[in-house]
Design a protein around this ligand. Structure first.
Ligand SMILES: NC(=O)c1ccc[n+]([C@@H]2O[C@H](COP(=O)([O-])OP(=O)(O)OC[C@H]3O[C@@H](n4cnc5c(N)ncnc54)[C@H](OP(=O)(O)O)[C@@H]3O)[C@@H](O)[C@H]2O)c1
Length: 325
């Protein structure tokens, strides 16, 4: 495994997204023992960056990681997120990045994760009610107290990134980025490079689509959130299946799996990028982590870059309202 720097934070260039172990996808929360083995296998393979959030579950994903990382905390760059649970009474899925909420959130996350510090603490979504300078200031205080090592933002637009960075340097921005979702290339990525901020692409496998294993939405449980995701419905689904098939044929030619090709393409976009593919299975963490050794030719990279974007919005309308683009 190779390592890169997100600003001055060293991480494995392939991380592990833990969300699906507890939340959102088919089978989430059904086999914690395999999820914990997956975390341990990731560490053995040299993965250091592990990603969670208080909203995943809510809370159960951080609790699971707390159990998985017992005795292994110092091997990990542990990243979690605040701001999608309002602790002042409104509860889960309510934006709240007020300084008071950040302070409450961090104590809960530290406790659940069984640690005295969070390595990378992201605002999960920009809160239009709280000026970002106030949020950045609150995280800056946590850094001064040693409870947090570095500050991150997720799905923030260029203006917010610049304003936050003025108050407290931003180490990484976590946003959706993959062969299917390239929206950040135009306006966000140039700002990250200008300010020396790392990029952590989430859903780098297109929520599983790019691995070629999603063939029908009948595969999804009733509560799998891809069921009402526009990319996974109707005509969009059929078009995206054809795109995934193109990635698969290139992968066959490259002697890799489609998921590895999707990750190798991301890694080729720069050494300031550390994707966090999500899985709850040992075999898949092995496959995904091995993408570090996959090198695509310039011609293969060009062909992948020329693929059209996925059909359909990447979020439901309600989720999209929380994004800053
Ligand atoms: N900041 C944000 O707003 C935000 C939003 C979404 C996600 N995230 C973070 O990003 C991480 C990754 O994103 P994601 O989980 O949404 O999407 P992803 O990594 O693009 O895809 C995950 C899906 O692909 C499947 N999968 C993984 N590896 C596979 C392989 N080698 N072959 C076949 N299928 C495979 C997983 O199923 P199995 O688990 O069954 O293997 C899961 O259903 C999350 O875990 C979370 O930490 C952040």
């Amino acid at each position: 495994m190779r390592y890169i720097k997100l600003r001055d934070l060293e991480v494995s260039r392939i991380g592990l997204g833990a969300m699906g172990m507890s939340h959102g996808y088919t089978g989430s929360g059904t086999d914690d023992a395999e999820s914990i083995r997956t975390v341990h296998r990731a560490l053995e393979l040299g993965v250091t960056l592990i990603d969670t959030a208080e909203i995943y579950g809510p809370y159960t994903n951080e609790e699971l990681l707390g159990r998985a990382l017992k005795g292994r905390r110092d091997q990990v760059v542990l990243a979690t997120k605040f701001g999608l649970v309002s602790h002042a009474g409104e509860g889960a899925w309510n934006l709240d990045s007020s300084p008071a909420n950040v302070r409450t959130a961090v104590e809960g996350s530290l406790k659940r994760l069984g640690t005295d510090h969070i390595d990378l603490y992201y605002q999960h979504r920009v809160d239009p009610k709280t000026p970002i300078e106030e949020t950045a200031g609150a995280v800056g205080e946590l850094i001064a107290e040693g409870k947090v090592r570095a500050f991150g933002l997720s799905e923030a637009g260029p203006d917010t990134i610049r304003r936050a960075h003025t108050v407290q340097p931003v180490t990484a921005v976590q946003s959706e980025y993959s062969l299917f979702t390239r929206g950040i290339e135009e306006r966000v990525l140039p700002v990250l490079r200008e300010l020396n901020i790392g990029l952590v692409p989430f859903s780098p496998l297109g929520r599983g689509f790019l691995t070629g294993t999603v063939r029908s939405t009948d595969q999804f449980d009733e509560n799998d959130f891809r069921r009402d995701n526009p990319r996974f419905t109707g005509e969009n689904f059929r078009r995206n299946l054809a795109l995934a098939d193109e990635v698969k044929s290139l992968a066959d030619e490259a002697g890799a799996t489609p998921g590895q090709v999707a990750l190798a393409w991301l890694l080729a976009q720069g050494d300031d990028i550390a994707p966090i593919p999500g899985t709850k299975r040992v075999s898949r963490v092995e496959e995904n982590t091995a993408a570090d050794a996959v090198t695509l030719t310039a011609e293969q990279l060009d062909r992948l870059s020329s693929l059209p974007p996925a059909a359909g919005a990447t979020h439901t309308e309600a989720q999209a309202r929380m994004l800053e683009r």
